[in-house]
Write a protein that binds this ligand. Structure first.
Ligand code: CO8
Length: 375
């Protein structure tokens, strides 16, 4: 098996930012409007009024302070409450491709690679803007890459599963150098009208270049020592939207289940033990003690969740540099979260330092990538 390194990473961060204060103001204006519209039913006891959201709750429950989004105006319009994105012509780049090109350019630059060096593109994300042709093939075309591309979706674990797929293809020799991108437009699937979850997500795109170790020239290289993926079916994070929508009764109606739904408490309770046990087992199988880990780049959904997992794995409270969080700035960006954490927090690590990238989320799905700095 040929050794594989991560030789470049890139992050595209949308310019528009929504603070918790702005989000709560818009939600409360929406709730007041809905309550005014249904004042009679509420007065008669036939309907519960919508409760206000609160900045204090959001920060305390999640650690999130703000999120970057592709469109702020639509989300904050109490008469709309979802993004407003321009319709693209079929012969111009789609929005996911545009985000991916920006992140990929940074990753290719860091890796010291050109389009001609890449032989495959994987677009791994929670949502794809159309069914076909694959977004990855559009990105491949836009960047001028030969070879092939394909899309994959494992919700929050799309990126780590994508890293495993890419690493396996390079190890086996079917590819030499792969670009894996994660354009996550979570704002499109978030139900901004539901106060239980309206604060959770943000938009971003990450990109990673992986290649066979002997050809890498980047001055920042992390060898992929081992990967492990796990899925376990759960309805606790679900979205019923899909291509059969219009064929079903009330299929085109504005239904709550056509957006992201979750039972957050259950997810928290059920996923934390699965993740910490899987990390510990994976490290043990690779003869790595938890105290040998210099860094854990965890999925970025909830600060308390990460604190919990960090304590379970290390047996003590991790220092903030050992387990960097970026969710305060980006919120949950689905599969891109652990990759942002990695991309923005690896430069200081010494050669031979060990770390783990770990994602977890809908499915349930968990993905581990154990890495060692080699250059
Ligand atoms: N403001 C004020 N009060 C609120 C608000 C709010 N915004 N929201 C809820 N409350 C109230 C509730 O009504 C409840 O009141 P009461 O006690 O009277 O019933 C109280 O606050 C507590 O509510 P919760 O029990 O819901 O609060 P938690 O402490 O559990 O926190 C969290 C909620 C933050 C959601 C938490 O449960 C959590 O983070 N759980 C883990 C979630 C997680 O990791 N999910 C992963 C999903 S992401 C993923 O996998 C990707 C999916 C694909 C992406 C698709 C793109 C959209």
């Amino acid at each position: 098996m040929r050794p594989v390194v991560i030789s470049g990473t890139g992050v595209f961060t949308p310019q528009e930012v929504i603070t918790n204060a702005e989000l709560v103001e818009a939600f409360n204006a929406y709730a007041d409007k809905v309550n005014a519209r249904h004042a009679k039913e509420i007065e008669n006891g036939d309907r519960e009024p919508l409760a206000h959201s609160s900045e204090e709750f959001i920060f305390k429950a999640s650690g999130i302070e703000r999120r970057h989004v592709m469109d702020k105006s639509g989300v904050l319009d109490p008469d709309r409450m979802y993004p407003s994105l321009r319709q693209r012509e079929d012969d111009e780049p789609g929005i996911m491709t545009e985000m991916a090109i920006a992140a990929a350019s940074a990753a290719l630059k860091q890796a010291g690679k050109h389009a001609s060096d890449i032989d495959a593109v994987i677009c791994a994300a929670s949502n794809h803007e159309r069914a076909y042709p694959a977004i990855a093939i559009e990105i491949q075309d836009a960047l001028g890459i030969d070879g092939f591309g394909f899309d994959m979706n494992v919700a929050c674990s799309s990126a780590t599963f994508g890293l495993q797929a890419a690493a396996d293809m390079i190890r086996s020799g079917s590819s030499n150098c792969i670009l894996m991108v994660n354009p996550e437009i979570c704002s499109g699937h978030l139900e901004w009208r539901d106060r239980d979850c309206h604060f959770i997500f943000g938009d971003v795109c990450t990109a990673v270049v992986l290649e066979e170790k002997s050809q890498a020239t980047s001055d920042t290289q992390f060898e992929v020592l081992a990967t492990r993926c796990l899925t376990k079916f759960s309805n606790n994070i679900r979205n019923n939207n899909g291509f059969l929508r219009r064929s079903r009764p009330a299929g085109t109606a504005d239904r709550r289940d056509m957006q992201f739904m979750q039972n957050g408490r259950k997810v928290f309770k059920e996923v934390v033990p699965i993740v910490s046990e899987m990390i510990l087992e994976h490290l043990a199988d690779e003869d790595i003690r938890p105290d040998q880990l210099s860094r854990m780049w965890l999925h970025q959904a909830n600060k308390s969740m990460n604190d919990f997992i960090g304590r379970k794995v290390l047996g003590r409270t991790p220092e903030s540099h050992e387990q960097p969080n970026i969710l305060q700035e980006y919120a949950n960006t689905s599969s891109a979260g652990s990759i942002i954490a990695f991309a923005q927090n690896h430069a200081d690590l010494e050669r031979d330092a060990l770390g783990i990238i770990c994602s977890f989320g809908a499915g349930y799905s968990v993905g581990n990538v154990i890495v060692k700095r080699v250059a």
